[in-house]
Design a protein around this ligand. Structure first.
Ligand SMILES: CCC/C=C/C(=O)SCCNC(=O)CCNC(=O)[C@H](O)C(C)(C)COP(=O)([O-])OP(=O)([O-])OC[C@H]1O[C@@H](n2cnc3c(N)ncnc32)[C@H](O)[C@@H]1OP(=O)([O-])[O-]
Length: 191
């Protein structure tokens, strides 16, 4: 699931909840769809932060659901809907942003990472491609050569490398959620 709260300063905070790594289960995807709609429709909300509970942004698709039929909202339109929100949306990346988790973050307008976070597209190690927009959004963001390296090796990179490559906008040693909230407040209302 995903919870919704409105913080002072008109920021909507969406928190993914699916232990142990807040993977994108059907319930989490449904929660994201519902809470993003809520943030969109709430006139008091001027910006949005998406984070994961217990210091983990998102470990990607929920591998526990791979054996069964695909249920719940698909990932691709869900991420498109986030990208289309006309209020600034930031991903607060703590712990991991892997696979579909990084693709979700790439659909946000900004990414703020904790210095100890790990990011990557490890789909290739499971015999998959990053099929939720990662093969488009990552090259647009950091160029084809750097994106192909990450997509074809599946390696995990540090927040420092992600900053150098241009995948994240800021890296912090303190609380990434607080930092992301402060960041979106500073850009709210801008085009
Ligand atoms: C169109 C679709 C496109 C998207 C495709 C994808 O996203 S493909 C997916 C791309 N994502 C990946 O390939 C990520 C693969 N995962 C990893 O690389 C590592 O597990 C880690 C870096 C997230 C954590 O490392 P660590 O050494 O700190 O810890 P640890 O390794 O011991 O794991 C702890 C617990 O977490 C569990 N769990 C982990 N991931 C998932 C998951 N996705 N789901 C559910 N559960 C997951 C793991 O089973 C274990 O459970 P247990 O046994 O305690 O009940």
């Amino acid at each position: 699931m995903a919870t919704y709260s409105r913080l002072p300063g008109s920021v909507a905070l969406i928190t993914l909840q699916n232990p142990p790594v807040n993977a994108l289960s059907a319930a989490v995807r449904q929660g994201i769809v519902d809470t993003v709609q809520r943030a969109l429709k709430d006139p008091k909300v001027t910006s949005v932060v998406i984070c994961g509970q217990n210091g983990k942004f998102c470990g990607g698709a929920d591998i526990r659901e791979f054996a069964g039929p695909m249920l719940g909202p698909p990932l691709v339109p869900m991420i498109h809907a986030i990208e289309a929100v006309d209020k600034p949306v930031a991903a607060a990346i703590e712990g991991v942003a892997l696979g579909g988790g990084l693709e979700l973050a790439l659909g946000c307008h900004y990414r703020i990472a904790h210095s100890k976070a790990l990011l990557g597209l490890p789909e290739v190690t499971l015999g998959l491609l990053p099929g939720a927009g990662g093969t488009q959004r990552l090259p647009r963001l950091i160029g084809l050569t750097a994106a192909l390296d990450l997509i074809t090796t599946g390696r995990h990179i540090s927040a420092a490398e992600a900053l150098k490559l241009g995948i994240v906008d800021q890296v912090t040693d303190s609380n990434a959620v607080d930092q992301a909230v402060e960041f979106v407040r500073s850009v709210a209302g801008r085009s």
